[in-house]
Design a protein around this ligand. Structure first.
Ligand SMILES: [Fe+2]
Length: 283
């Protein structure tokens, strides 16, 4: 790789540990692309949701999405929708988008004894619909760190913007960058710009690693499904089916997207393989 002055340097904010904060600081957030708010949620609040999450899992009312390594869909359950009304959440988001904050999806992202695999380096923005001014809040329902596969972040890489495709970012590139895995505790929230490169390691100690992810955007964006604070004054709602968790990957917007082409050619290859197998049997 050529020498490049655009490669992010170790920010003074990181040297001084300012990424572990007590309130939203947009200077730090725009420099690093992420910020941790310590103790943003009371333990009792978190306990309410984590105990219900475990109950739903045990009763098989929810389960991991088959096509996604860590996702558990909870957005259909009224109990989890209540989180969007929590005053502690409103306190965190009120400094975004001039106080008009919406969400297009929320979900659980978890690792445990059953699903412990790492997730490759990627950015989320290519899976989302709307403008590029968007963030995810990863609210810790458990203690999350490098031992149980906590989120790993590449500071300041959001400054490169959308990379024009989705998927794994090459290790040949990421090896040149600083990465950090903040030690997070129950009730902490990691705020991450959706263009920031991130990954997560294997769950080594098999202790549950559970985040409630709430994706936030300007409430006036057409794809807003829930208003957390303020108002959505935009009468032009998104008129298409955006698919699960507000992402475009399985929406019906496209008649010929990259994902649809991959699925098409996979199915085609399967059918061809079947024909070859039958012909081989006849020989
Ligand atoms: Fe992600």
């Amino acid at each position: 790789m050529q020498k490049n002055n655009f490669l992010p340097k170790v920010s003074n904010y990181l040297k001084k540990n300012h990424h572990m904060a007590s309130k939203v600081d947009h200077k730090i957030l725009s420099e690093l692309g992420f910020l941790v708010l310590k103790n943003a949620f009371k333990k009792e609040t978190i306990e309410k949701y984590s105990s219900n999450y475990n109950l739903y899992l045990r009763n098989k009312k929810i389960s991991k999405t088959k096509t996604h390594p860590v996702e558990v869909r909870v957005d259909q359950l009224n109990f989890f929708k209540n989180f969007l009304k929590e005053s502690q959440l409103k306190k965190v988001v009120k400094n975004f988008y001039k106080g008009n904050v919406g969400s297009d999806y929320f979900r659980i992202v978890k690792k445990d004894k059953i699903n412990s695999a790492p997730v490759f380096c990627h950015q989320d923005v290519g899976y989302q619909i709307g403008t590029f001014d968007r963030y995810s809040l990863f609210i810790c329902l458990t203690n999350n760190n490098s031992l149980n596969g906590g989120m790993v972040l590449y500071p300041s890489t959001h400054k490169f913007g959308y990379l024009a495709d989705t998927g794994e970012i090459s290790k040949k590139i990421t090896k040149n960058f600083i990465k950090i895995c903040p030690d997070l505790e129950i009730g902490d929230v990691l705020i991450m710009h959706s263009s920031l490169w991130h990954e997560s390691g294997k769950n080594f100690n098999m202790k549950d690693r559970v985040y409630l992810e709430i994706h936030i955007q300007d409430a006036n964006e057409p794809s807003t499904k829930f208003v957390i604070i303020g108002k959505n004054k935009n009468k032009n709602k998104f008129p298409f089916d955006t698919g699960s968790t507000g992402r475009s990957i399985n929406s019906n917007i496209f008649s010929n997207s990259r994902v649809q082409r991959v699925i098409y050619w996979k199915n085609k290859a399967k059918k061809l393989q079947k024909i070859i197998n039958i012909q081989n049997l006849r020989k």
